[in-house]
Design a protein around this ligand. Structure first.
Ligand SMILES: NC(=O)c1ccc[n+]([C@@H]2O[C@H](COP(=O)([O-])OP(=O)(O)OC[C@H]3O[C@@H](n4cnc5c(N)ncnc54)[C@H](O)[C@@H]3O)[C@@H](O)[C@H]2O)c1
Ligand SMILES: [Fe+2]
Length: 368
């Protein structure tokens, strides 16, 4: 059904281009800040450059691990309180794990309990006066640089939360493809597929609107054209630039729709089988596409723009695209048995993101 009325909103300012990291001083604008990044030497080197361009940060929190969980975030909040409590802005240099940690720090005011209580009970909303975040992505995937939420993992309880507050749209996304040149092949592929998943998930989504869909078509087409070539030519600044913009467009798309079924399916696959987010949320895309094809006119029209008139043949090409990148497409390939998969699908459809899926659950169940 064509949306008769809709709205689109994204307040994040964007600066894009190779070398744009040189503008960080201008964006910080003399405000005391905390820098959040990973511990590897390459990030210490970039952090050093940032500290030379802008004033030195109050502190650098540089022990961010992938998929930040309650324990990691408690420790990051502790470091923030100790040395960075006067920060007026938080600069995140890294992928989704770093940017999402920065968003939690922005909301927590030095005490992760503030955020945890809100996530688990919905209470405490008024206590969260979020500080602004400047996001400098070093992966081309999550789109977190232009979304208002952070994924928070509870690895002990095997569950995942989304901290979602309109104030968490980053103040600025500074996207410099030069910073992505060193991303290894597997991470380039998995993060690139996360971007593809965001684009497609924003199309087969009850919240889709003409602007989000236009961004998504552009993003998905660009990922298909770029990712295989980039996987074979990791040092190409031209291809890194195309992937960075594809990830940005898909971020702009799903910043207004959230994700849908493939992401809902992915969380137990990551939590229980240790599969990286970008693979977990993309291996099911061809099957989700077969479940949605023919279900909604607008959705079909958007998918046709990407895959051509025959959507079932398009889903077969999506299978081939993933397999060529070395990504297995069957749940069994990830150690997930038939019964477990059936349960995952059942709870994914009922889950927060699963309910965004435009398709019909009967069609899904009939296929299991
Ligand atoms: N907030 C959102 O909108 C959103 C959307 C999707 C995913 N996520 C979350 O983001 C997280 C995943 O983020 P990610 O996929 O960007 O990866 P990540 O931030 O977890 O990083 C993965 C690895 O890549 C390395 N790395 C990153 N950039 C590099 C570079 N330029 N050179 C060399 N190594 C580099 C890191 O050191 C790390 O080991 C997950 O927790 C996921 O749930 C958030
Ligand atoms: Fe994702």
């Amino acid at each position: 059904m064509t949306a008769i009325s809709w709205s689109y909103h994204n307040p994040t300012r964007i600066t894009f281009g190779a070398g744009s990291i040189a503008r960080i001083g201008e964006l910080v604008a003399g405000r005391p800040y905390v820098l959040v990044t990973y511990g590897q030497p390459v990030f210490a080197e970039i952090a050093g450059r940032i500290a030379r361009i802008s004033p030195k940060p109050l502190t650098i929190i540089d022990n961010i691990d992938t998929n930040p969980d309650f324990q990691d975030l408690t420790s990051a909040c502790h470091s923030f309180l100790k040395n960075g409590a006067n920060a007026e802005v938080i600069v995140a240099l890294g992928g989704g794990s770093v940017i999402d940690t920065a968003k939690v720090l922005a909301a927590a005011d030095g005490d992760f309990q503030n955020v945890q209580r809100f996530l688990q009970t919905g209470e405490n909303r008024n206590e969260m006066n979020c500080r602004p975040v400047i996001a400098i992505p070093t992966t081309a995937g999550t789109g977190s640089e232009v979304t208002p939420w952070a994924t928070v993992w509870d690895s002990q309880a095997k569950t995942k939360y989304s901290l979602n507050l309109p104030e968490l749209f980053p103040e600025h996304a500074l996207i410099d493809p030069n910073l992505m040149l060193g991303l290894p092949r597997q991470l380039t592929i998995s993060t690139g597929l996360d971007a593809l998943s965001h684009a497609l998930e924003s199309i087969w989504n009850v919240n889709a609107n003409p602007v989000s869909t236009a961004f998504a078509i552009n993003a998905a087409t660009q990922v298909f054209e770029t990712l295989p070539a980039l996987a074979g030519d990791l040092g190409s600044l031209e291809l890194r630039t195309l992937m960075a913009s594809a990830a940005l467009y898909s971020g702009l798309a799903f910043s207004n729709t959230k994700t849908a079924l493939a992401h809902s399916l992915s969380y137990p696959v990551t939590l229980n089988h240790g599969i990286p987010h970008g693979i977990a949320c993309s291996f099911s895309l061809p099957m989700v596409m077969r479940w949605i094809a023919g279900a909604d006119q607008d959705c079909d029209a958007a998918l046709v723009r990407i895959f051509g008139d025959d959507l079932m043949a398009g889903a077969d090409r999506l299978d081939a695209f993933l397999l060529e990148l070395g990504v297995a497409i069957k749940p069994g390939d990830y150690g997930i048995g038939k019964d477990e998969w059936r349960n995952i699908v059942k709870s994914a459809l009922a889950g927060d993101r699963g309910r965004n899926f435009l398709g019909d659950s009967e069609t899904v169940f009939a296929d299991l």
